[in-house]
Design a protein around this ligand. Structure first.
Ligand code: PXP
Length: 237
């Protein structure tokens, strides 16, 4: 069975919308682990729009499974990460204007920069994954820069409508996963995966882990809403 990493950035996004203390992504950690998740994923963005340094520090203390930190190949964030030492760092591209991570890292284009960031993180004892599009050139480049694993961007697959286009995307993901596995890279995948589109990607045997956030947190709102209203009504009675 594939492993599940739950991305809790979306809880922090809701907290930041009010600028207060709740909902606190720290409270999600034991619940997510109790439910069987294999790890938590957070993205410490340069603009700190959701996860804050304090979240990262405290999550490292309380997560007992696996903490995967997504970050840009940025010296300042790397310095923080090296002090805290998550279990894995996933390097992702970051643009200030984007709503979420839009595409994979261009490892081919930024080979030297990414290789030196990987060396820095490896020197600190942290394994590194690269978030890349399902592109064979990018997979080969990930091997060359000595990444430990890759995370395949499933956003294009998730946005595809119609079986034929979906087949094409699945084939692309499958080829990339097979090549990575042959090159001894561990393979995970994520972005845009939900309760409807997850099934087909689980058929790709080489993908050993899925990182999922938005759909799980969105569903949690509705699964929990009725009980939350009942509890407030009970306080009014
Ligand atoms: N993997 C990576 C590298 C991401 O940047 C994200 C989004 O933060 C995810 C997985 C999770 O994507 P989603 O929230 O769409 O499930």
């Amino acid at each position: 069975m594939a492993r599940l990493g739950v991305n809790v950035d979306h809880i922090a996004t809701l907290r930041q919308a009010r600028g207060g203390h709740e909902p606190d992504p720290l409270m999600a950690a034991p619940l997510v682990e109790l439910a069987g998740a294999d790890g938590l994923v957070i993205h410490l963005r340069e603009d700190r729009r959701h996860i804050q340094d304090r979240d990262f520090i405290l999550l490292k203390e309380i997560v007992s499974t696996h903490l995967n930190l997504e970050m840009a190949a940025d010296e300042a964030v790397a310095k923080i990460a090296l002090g805290i030492k998550p279990d894995l760092i996933t390097l992702v591209p970051e643009r200030r204007q984007e709503l979420t991570t839009e595409g994979g890292l261009d490892v081919v284009e930024q080979k030297d920069r990414i290789a030196s960031m990987i060396r820095l993180l490896h020197d600190g004892g942290i394994p590194v994954s690269l978030f890349i599009d399902p592109d064979l050139q990018q997979v080969r480049a990930a091997r060359k820069v000595e990444a430990d694993s890759i995370e395949l961007h499933t956003g294009r697959y998730a946005n595809t409508r119609g079986l034929k286009d979906q087949d094409t995307e699945i084939e692309g993901l499958s080829q990339a996963a097979k090549l990575a596995s042959k090159l001894d890279l561990k393979v995970s995948a994520g972005h845009g995966l939900n309760y409807h589109n997850i099934q087909r990607v689980t058929q790709i045997q080489e993908i050993k882990e899925f990182n999922i956030g938005h759909s799980i947190i969105s569903r949690a709102v509705f699964i929990g809403l009725e009980r939350a209203v009942r509890e407030m009504k009970a306080l009014l009675s």
